[in-house]
Design a binder for this molecule. Structure first.
Ligand code: ZN
Length: 153
């Protein structure tokens, strides 16, 4: 049997009655707000994160597009958000399937943090580190070299 207890939401400080001692939030919204606030304490958090997730994702894709264009790739964007990868980059008659993720760096460790892609239909992951350039996984240089080898065969 559970006792209804009175507690204060650790996000909004509202007094609420709930059924479990472990409950810390008055609502799912307060839990989300609190988690986001805690995350911000640990990451380099530029202003862009205050826009919607889809706007941020689109901005990251465009960041990656311009980076690839500057590296001499021809770049193609998907016209359907459910395509198996976000971009196609072409150079020297070779094609790279690219998945774009928005990432950030941990303030203390400098570690690159990004959401895991749900599928593996890509040759390279491009992590747009908010306002701080693009990281390619694997490194673009390695992929470039592999492509050159293939072309040489
Ligand atoms: Zn609350």
């Amino acid at each position: 049997m559970y006792l209804k207890i009175k507690f204060r939401c650790i996000n909004c400080n509202k007094a609420v009655r709930g059924y479990t001692l472990r409950r810390k939030f008055c609502s799912a919204l307060c839990e989300r707000e609190y988690t986001a606030m805690k995350q911000r304490e640990h990451i380099d958090y530029p202003e862009e994160l205050h826009v919607s997730k889809s706007a941020l994702g689109a901005a990251s894709e465009l960041d990656v597009c311009s980076d690839l264009l500057r590296r001499g790739y021809e770049v193609f964007r998907s016209v359907n958000s459910s395509c198996s990868c976000d971009l196609i980059a072409m150079k020297d008659k070779k094609i790279l399937r690219i998945e774009v993720k928005t990432g950030w760096r941990h303030k203390q460790s400098g570690k690159l943090i990004y959401p895991k892609p749900s599928s593996h239909n890509y040759d390279m992951l491009a992590v747009a580190v908010l306002g701080r350039g693009i990281e390619f996984v694997p490194k673009l240089g390695i992929v470039d070299a592999a492509l050159t080898e293939k072309i040489g065969e």
